[in-house]
Design a protein around this ligand. Structure first.
Ligand code: FES
Ligand SMILES: [Fe+2]
Length: 367
């Protein structure tokens, strides 16, 4: 009633079916996931010419390979003869040979030869090529997009490339040191929403208010299809590892860049980069991969300790929340509640969820 008096209607959270209905998940796979930039893997997986690795996006098997000129390419993982898969896992090859009838392709995807194909009247080798997929190298992080007409990442995520370089000047030299795999029994959107608001932080993350960031300065704002988290830091003397503030302009800062729909770069004070990568399993399951990096992948006690501490605190606390929400979304007693949107934004506001849910709704409804 009061809402009407004030002439305003609070924005309500998305209907539960968006998080539980397998039909919505199938629509996302065919649409949203196939039209957005998805993380494939780190460039260090294809360091040498001929290195390749297979991966999956939107239910499609794909692979990346570094060709003889040093260029990294992505293809659908399917032979153009009778559809056998070209590669499995990862490895190194001079040529790509299909295991079924040994049709052989260059690393550029062009067909080079096939047993007895010369006997076929009118057979034109030059016409046959593995089907390429759009690929971008984002400071060593390889992203693909199944939409040949997709806008480049710099249009989707304005200024992020430059900002990341400011925060992590050595980003091109980083290699993964550790991957932490976190299966969560919830829809990917529940996990992504939880990552994208800090309204739950004071109650659920004991290290939050007492840790390094200043909660009153925490905010999350859209920047194209990136959700940018910024905050001021408390006394850096309380950090569990040493920080050389003179090493770069942002050496004392925290920030994160969530790239819609399923990846995030996060930087801790000291230019420590770590990443979140959501991989969907089905409507009710997602696996979050936390990536931790060092220059040249050199072992680091500090980074390994951070990864363990993160898994034991924030990650553990969040798993309980998102799995409970997924169960709650199946309750017959749930009516989507109003989002707490403070016009002044800030840490106790869910304005970032409104933005995210607009993108989610458009993605699921095929808009
Ligand atoms: S399916 Fe690849 S060579 Fe026949
Ligand atoms: Fe959290």
């Amino acid at each position: 009633m009061n809402e009407h008096v004030a002439g305003a209607h609070p924005t309500r959270s998305l209907d539960a079916r968006y998080y539980t209905d397998p039909k919505i998940y199938r629509a996302e796979q065919a649409g949203l996931f196939a039209r957005t930039w998805q993380f494939a893997g780190h460039a260090s997986l294809v360091e040498n010419r001929g290195d390749y690795f297979a991966f999956e996006v939107a239910g499609q098997s794909l692979f990346c390979v570094r060709d003889r000129d040093g260029e990294i390419r992505a293809f659908y993982n399917v032979c153009q003869h009778r559809a056998h898969e070209m590669v499995q896992g990862s490895g190194n090859a001079k040529l790509l040979v299909c295991p079924y009838h040994a049709w052989t392709y260059e690393l550029t995807g062009r067909l080079r030869s096939g047993p007895n194909v010369a006997a076929v009247p009118g057979f034109d080798r030059g016409e046959i090529c593995l089907t390429p997929v759009r690929l971008e190298n984002f400071h060593g992080f390889l992203f693909v997009n199944l939409d040949p007409d997709a806008e480049p990442m710099d249009a989707w995520f304005p200024r992020v490339r430059e900002e990341l370089l400011d925060y992590v000047p050595h980003i091109a030299r980083l290699k993964p040191l550790e991957w932490v795999e976190i299966p969560e029994k919830c829809n990917w959107k529940v996990s992504v929403e939880n990552y994208s608001e800090c309204y739950h932080c004071p109650v659920n993350h004991p290290t939050f208010a007492t840790g390094v960031i200043k909660p009153e300065s925490y905010d999350i704002q859209p920047q194209g299809h990136c959700l940018r988290h910024t905050t001021e830091c408390q006394n850096l003397d309380r950090m569990s590892y040493p920080i050389d503030l003179a090493s770069s302009v942002h050496a004392g800062d925290y920030s994160s860049w969530f790239l819609w729909p399923m990846f995030s770069f996060q930087v801790y004070p000291g230019n420590v980069l770590n990443t979140y990568h959501w991989r969907t399993v089905d409507a009710d399951n997602v696996v979050v991969w936390r990536g931790w990096y060092t220059v040249d992948g050199v072992d680091s006690e500090v980074i390994r300790r951070l990864a363990i501490q993160d898994r034991a605190t924030t990650v553990e606390e969040d798993i309980r929340l998102v799995e409970s929400v997924q169960r709650g979304l199946r309750s017959m007693g749930y009516r989507p509640g109003p989002l707490v949107i403070d016009p002044a934004c800030g840490v106790m506001s869910e304005h970032s969820i409104r933005t995210l849910q607009e993108w989610m709704k458009a993605g699921a409804d095929g808009a």
